[in-house]
Design a protein around this ligand. Structure first.
Ligand code: 9MR
Length: 359
């Protein structure tokens, strides 16, 4: 019978890589998560799934949820006002459906995903354009989407003097743009889990403290106004290098979000390598430990419904260009390495799912 041990114990073993491969061959992250009523998924782009059949098989085997990494962002879906191009999103949705995976859409409303034409609209038309975009895109996948990242990264940073980031969305669609986007999404597909997604919420740092507080206030306002928000997405871009972390602060935050009646999704998990470890085994251990300490807290919370990694393998990860290692070695932020072998991060995820309470 397959048994998931502790991360530390596992790495004390010799031939750890071989054992890991054997375990990964016996079960999958999708099965381990599902045994606890959780979804495990990854972000992806349709071209990789088409071009790399071995990788595509791995995605189907390990994941029960598939979300777009970039291809459903506004600028790709509606490159000209009113002209929609769903071919990339459809390709992902079909891949998921054909393999008995759920499909999650996004991002609908994100300042970095905006098409150029949006910023030249006068304010009343900008809000109408946003509502139309959400309505058309969510409507296109009505009944087929498990979730939507409706609004992404809206929260301002500490010291910016306002709750919401100063973006074309805020300036042109107005201060109630978040509310309007959620209401349009709920009308277009009442069955999808509607997610407000944001970042820098994970650590025991002044910025993250500030953002947990501010986000709670924003969520309280939205819930108070009966805005149909279903979940908070915590991006979870983690990093090694002993970043201060407080289980109790994170747990307190998760409890407060749950008390508002919201679900929680770990929406973009990966680990940037910021530590000084030099060998591959030590680097993998540091990444695994970071996932371990984080998910130990996260998965105790019964309102957490899904864990999504931002990619599945080091072969395809935004961190290779965004946070490359200074020694030129390829980054190892995810459950599979560039050769599609399971890493220590795979084991950390497996362990976290195995010890999580059922929901
Ligand atoms: O992984 C994505 C990368 O390929 C894109 O170049 C980048 C800019 O669009 O966005 C990355 O994904 C982001 C996600 O959509 C939102 N949260 C932060 C992610 C990293 O920036």
């Amino acid at each position: 019978m397959y048994c998931v041990g502790s991360v530390a114990g596992f790495y004390a073993m010799s031939r750890a890589g071989m054992l890991r491969t054997a375990l990964a061959a016996e079960t999958s992250l999708r099965e381990l998560a599902s045994a606890k009523g959780l979804l495990y998924g990854c972000a992806n782009s349709p071209d990789r799934l088409t071009a790399d059949p071995v990788f595509a098989r791995l995605v189907a085997e390990q994941c029960s949820l598939l979300v777009p990494e970039n291809s459903l962002n506004w600028k790709y879906v509606e490159p000209r006002y009113g002209e929609f191009d769903f071919h990339l999103g459809d390709s992902l949705a079909t891949f998921a459906k054909d393999r008995n995976m759920k499909f999650g859409g996004g991002t609908l409303v994100w300042h970095e995903g905006l098409p150029q034409w949006f910023s030249s609209l006068p304010p009343p038309s900008a809000k109408a354009a946003m509502v139309n975009h959400v309505t058309q895109v969510v409507g296109h996948y009505r009944g087929h989407a498990f979730s939507w990242a409706v609004v992404n990264e809206a929260l301002a940073f500490r010291g910016q003097g306002a709750m919401l980031k100063d973006t074309p969305l805020l300036r042109l669609a107005g201060p109630d743009y978040i509310e309007a986007a959620f209401r349009a999404a709920a009308l277009a597909d009442p069955s999808a889990l509607l997610v407000l997604n944001d970042n820098h919420l994970e650590y025991d740092l002044p910025e993250d403290d500030y953002r947990r507080d501010a986000l709670l206030k924003l969520l309280q306002q939205l819930v108070g106004k009966k805005v149909p928000i279903g979940a908070l997405g915590i991006q979870s871009h983690l990093r090694t290098g002993d970043v201060p972390f407080s289980s109790s602060k994170l747990k307190g935050f998760l409890d407060s979000v749950s008390d508002l009646g919201l679900k929680i999704v770990v929406s973009e998990l990966d680990v940037a390598e910021k530590g000084s470890e030099a060998t591959v085994a030590d680097r993998d251990n540091a990444v695994a430990k970071e996932i371990d300490r984080y998910l130990e807290v996260i998965l105790q919370e019964k309102s957490v419904v899904a864990v999504v990694t931002w990619g599945l393998t080091a072969k395809y990860t935004w961190l290779a260009s965004y946070a490359p290692r200074s020694d030129g070695q390829h980054v190892r932020p995810l459950p599979y390495d560039s050769e599609l072998h399971p890493t220590a991060a795979w084991q950390a995820l497996a362990t976290a799912f195995a010890r999580a309470p059922a929901r």
